[in-house]
Design a protein around this ligand. Sequence first.
Ligand code: SER
Length: 314
Amino acid sequence: MEKILVIGAAGQIGSELVIALRQKYGNQNVFATDIKQAPIDVMESGPFEILDVMDNNRLIHFVIRHRITQIYHLAAVLSGNAEKIPLQAWDINMKSLMNILDLAKEVPEVKRIFWPSSIAIFGPSTPRENTPQYTITEPNTVYGISKLAGERWIEYYHNRYGVDVRSIRYPGLISYKTEAGGGTTDYAVEIFYEAIRKGKYECFLSEETSLPMMFMEDAIQATIDLMDTDINDLSLKSGYNVAGISFNPKELAEEIKKHIPDFEISYKPDFRQAIAESWPASIDDSIAKKDWGLNYKYDIKGLTQVMLDGIRNK
Ligand code: SER
């Protein structure tokens, strides 16, 4: 029987992934942890504990005590926030991953790990359209550098010690349950809240800045599908390109206007504009489709409808 540890259960991905994993594996078999309180359904539908992934001793004890077989390590400082505290962000993002990798090497019961990578591993010298899996990767953000280094380390641990770590280069993730914190793609979440609260939004990216995005339900399904795939079918031991759907702030605003005709958007790009411009506008995810059957349910129309309904219901 699987015993699953989720680190970062209070975050944007974690708060939804925990619920999906509990439906699949049973509530009591999915241990949600974070350094802060998580949404009420995460804390009440199964085990929840405050746990700091940087505290290696407690982490190892936790894993042994609960006979953990799979770890989803989602805790990270995102791109915008990382630029404000570069060395601390590097330290948190890298040390936490190394703690987990080394733990998996030492504890044979831990059979499988998930760790998110990002479109941030690409940089200004990467081809921006239909960015291939293998291409120039020269990230110029702390977050991107840490994700690229992380990808190299997970492959290293796989080849050298046989540790099974799987990873997706997530595009920007859009969801209404838990707001994103400190990322460059956050505009695509904030815009929905502001459209409902105020009827207008001042966007920190310019109108033509296209980025790949994905609705959370699709991201969770992709994560579970990747983790369920026979390892022999996986041709990559690092992060898989996942495209989602590409659009820019103007196109998203047009879609929102179909529901809220008076919605107004204005543009005041800040330091995140340069980050966004260094990332791909669209992604080639043919390897993920071939290896583990990646697919999507939501386009821009579908996600706009669900986001507006979801926020209104909150
Ligand atoms: N969505 C993340 C960010 O903007 C990228 O992985 O930081």
